[in-house]
Design a protein around this ligand. Structure first.
Ligand code: GLN
Length: 193
């Protein structure tokens, strides 16, 4: 698809960086804050931020059900960091009352790589459609602690699983949009082809 339309969930978190990166790759972007903005999308990004806040806002804005329906219906989606937590089917250490969309069959631990101060950058081997390296920024990053059947590991960091794919769903615990590495966004756009 030469000119896909990609939504970026824009309730909280690192929205602008994804918009910029998708623009560099030739995609049109739509900021998603209402259910009707999910229509006509070729793909969707759930950005990083604070997953318990994004969870609360999706429910307040009436987006929780429509998001689950769109993703289950096959919409290609990339969740980064808090976005991965939103996609997961189980959160080991949720905030009080926190829910996830439960569309990606993984368990996650929310702050496994430590506090904000412990944030780090690393170069990872990317085992997606292209085998290459990806420059990743980790910020209060989650890790994948349980993998369901049919979930493929796409990257590891310090032996922990930090990127997965299950069908139309990509979930990564790091921020490529902060290092400028387009590998993962290219992989998302390939799913739309
Ligand atoms: N650990 C954070 C959370 O629970 C995610 C951090 C991030 O998105 N950079 O939402």
């Amino acid at each position: 698809m030469s000119n896909p339309t990609v939504g970026v969930l824009a309730l909280q978190g690192g929205v602008a960086e994804h918009v910029r990166m998708l623009g560099q790759l030739g995609a049109q972007t739509v900021l998603v804050r209402r259910p009707e903005e999910l229509k006509q999308l070729d793909a969707l990004v759930l950005p990083g931020g604070e997953s318990s806040t994004i969870d609360r806002l999706t429910r307040i804005f009436g987006l929780r059900g429509p998001l689950i329906e769109a993703i289950r219906g096959g919409l290609p989606v990339l969740g980064t960091c808090a976005g991965l937590i939103m996609l997961s089917s189980h959160i080991d250490d949720p905030a009080p009352g926190q829910q996830s969309l439960a569309v990606l069959d993984v368990g996650v631990s929310r702050n496994a790589f430590g506090s904000q101060v412990a944030s780090t950058e690393a170069t990872l081997d990317w085992m997606g459609s292209a085998s290459r390296s990806v420059r990743a920024a980790f910020i209060r990053a989650p890790i994948v602690t349980a993998l369901g059947e049919g979930v493929r590991t796409l990257a590891r960091h310090e032996d922990e699983v930090v990127a997965v794919r299950q069908g139309n769903i990509l979930g990564i615990s790091f921020h490529p949009e902060l290092t400028g590495d387009t590998t993962v966004h290219e992989e998302l756009l390939e799913i739309t082809l």
